[in-house]
Write a protein that binds this ligand. Structure first.
Ligand SMILES: [Zn+2]
Length: 542
């Protein structure tokens, strides 16, 4: 029976009516069917497997391929397995497995027809890594320099062969996080760039020696081939034992390794060194990027503006600041020559644990220091400064961005007064006992500061709700008073702040004051807007 209660006998009957015969069980819970795929009018014998739960698309193998096909075809393996739907590109309808299966088989027939008609040959570009090598190497290169780069073999792992790095100390921290160490002696790797995405040749694949690799490069980018050949020959003639090459192509890095076995000379004519190198076997390398630029940009749609290489200061590592600090690092803060500074003079106490990013191991210790340690553990490539002081007692200079998540109105006003003239500033806070979250950005003199919108005469106009936000306090005695709201409110305040920062980075921040209502029983008074500076404001006067 399927996961939605459809009898297998019904499924088998319906498939039979459509020309597919059940031919038995395979392995653990798979059913096999045979029949013909219709590829634009031509029938090709095929078999397909579906799980007995009928909750996966059928896996189709073509059993009767025409003779004389190229060695390499997109979407079709040598054994006839046909990849006709990209994983995750369809939403399965679990309530209609029969209709679903028939639609998949129809799609499979269409893809097969297009593959055989050579209409999908360009897809080989996207499938390049299915055809390239079995050995992995890690790339931790932040800069754009081409030419020689040091690389290091790793100890105690078979997962990847070695790591190419342009900063050994940073790469070592990352490897340590993975539980591995670098061998001390570097090997030199050559980095070249091409503007052509690699695609495999349909004949003579994969390249087994330097000669066939260079012939392949001639076919896709002759200038890259010339550079590769020149650098390989230079290294061979300089007496190196091997060469490792990394090729940067648009959206993809790939590489190879050659061991320079030199022929033993036994009199007679010496072999031309070029001929020797051409005959040397190559080992293909699949490159896995672990550089911070890639990590920060990978998840961003289209425009990739990140906080990398900026000087960012976050004041307040409490419940909002803790979650926001992590989001800032994920958006690149503290990487690529940038710096993230965390400021907080408080320690984490048991009363904070229920809504703080950190936990028990960090208790009774300074929040800024502990937050920095936690982030450096998760992202060993970033640089974080921590200051366990009252922010009013230090000079922060002119950061590229100053963020305030202290939630203390008077301190926010002071920071705006002190820094908003020289640095773009953003403050984020929770309204009352978790009723709404708000963030205000001031990146231009005409924008209102936090005091402009919370003091008369503008305070009523920019109130969140039609009713004033109530003041609710909990706590007593030595624990002190606090505003109760759950971690979900802090996370939403941090998310709102991060969204506004990203929009500001990309030059598309529409409103400098934004609000997200969490208590929908209340009536919103002031939606997203850009309040202007209040003449005579004591905090942002010019
Ligand atoms: Zn102001």
């Amino acid at each position: 029976m399927s996961v939605t209660g459809i009898e297998l006998s019904t499924y088998v009957d319906q498939l039979k009516r459509n020309g597919f015969t059940y031919s038995g069980k395979v392995g653990q819970g798979w059913l096999k069917f045979t029949g013909d795929l219709n590829a634009r009018g031509t029938a090709y014998a095929c078999e397909f497997l579906v799980p007995r739960t009928l909750d996966e698309i059928p896996l189709v193998t073509v059993k009767s391929l025409p003779r004389g096909l190229p060695k390499l075809l997109p979407h079709l393996t040598a054994s006839g397995y046909l990849c006709y739907i990209a994983a995750g590109s369809i939403a399965l309808d679990l309530f209609d497995p029969i209709g679903q299966t028939l639609a998949c088989l129809q799609q499979a027939g269409e893809v097969l027809a297009r593959v055989l008609a050579d209409e999908m040959v360009e897809d080989l570009v996207d499938e390049f890594y299915s055809f390239w090598g079995e050995h992995d190497c890690l790339l931790d290169i932040q800069g754009n320099l081409l030419g020689a780069h040091p690389a290091y073999f790793t100890e105690d792992t078979d997962t990847f062969a070695f790591v190419v790095s342009d900063d050994k100390a940073r790469t070592e921290r990352k490897l340590q996080a993975l539980g591995h160490r670098l061998k001390p002696q570097p090997i030199v790797t050559i980095r070249v760039r091409t503007s052509v995405r690699p695609f495999p040749l349909q004949k003579d694949w994969p390249p087994k020696d330097v000669g066939s690799l260079l012939r392949w490069q001639s076919a896709i980018d002759p200038s890259c081939r010339r550079r590769l050949e020149k650098k390989l020959m230079q290294r061979y003639q300089s007496g190196y034992e091997h060469a490792t090459v990394i090729i940067d192509s648009p959206g993809l890095h790939y590489g190879f390794f050659v061991k320079f076995n030199r022929p033993v000379h036994r009199g007679g004519r010496r072999r031309d060194s070029r001929q020797v190198v051409y005959g040397l076997p190559v080992t293909e390398l699949r490159c896995i990027r672990i550089d911070d630029k890639y990590i920060a940009e990978r998840s961003m749609p289209d425009v990739a503006k990140t906080l990398s290489s900026l000087d960012v200061v976050l004041v307040g590592c409490g419940t909002i600041g803790g979650f926001l600090a992590e989001m800032l690092v994920k958006a690149g803060a503290g990487s690529l020559g940038g710096r993230l500074t965390l400021v907080d003079c408080d320690s984490l106490g048991p009363q904070n644990l229920g809504r703080h990013r950190l936990g028990m191991p960090h208790m009774f210790k300074n929040k800024a220091v502990q937050m920095a340690a936690e982030l450096e553990r998760l992202a060993p490539g970033v640089r974080i400064d921590k200051k366990q002081v009252d922010v009013k007692t230090i000079q922060l200079g002119k950061p590229d961005l100053l963020i305030d998540t202290t939630g203390a109105q008077s301190l926010t006003d002071w920071l705006m007064w002190r820094y908003a003239k020289s640095s773009p500033m953003l403050a984020a806070w929770v309204e009352g006992p978790g009723l709404a979250v708000r963030a205000l950005m001031k990146h231009s003199p005409e924008h209102a500061c936090s005091r402009c919108i919370t003091q008369p005469p503008q305070s009523v106009a920019y109130q969140v709700f039609t009713e004033p936000t109530p003041t609710v306090l909990k706590g007593h005695g030595c624990e002190g008073l606090f505003v109760p709201f759950p971690a979900t409110a802090s996370i939403q305040a941090a998310s709102l702040a991060m969204e506004m920062l990203q929009a500001w980075l990309e030059g598309r921040l529409e409103h400098t004051l934004q609000t997200r209502v969490l208590d929908n029983k209340r009536t919103l008074k002031t939606g997203d807007c850009t309040p202007t500076r209040q003449e005579g404001c004591l905090a942002c006067h010019s």
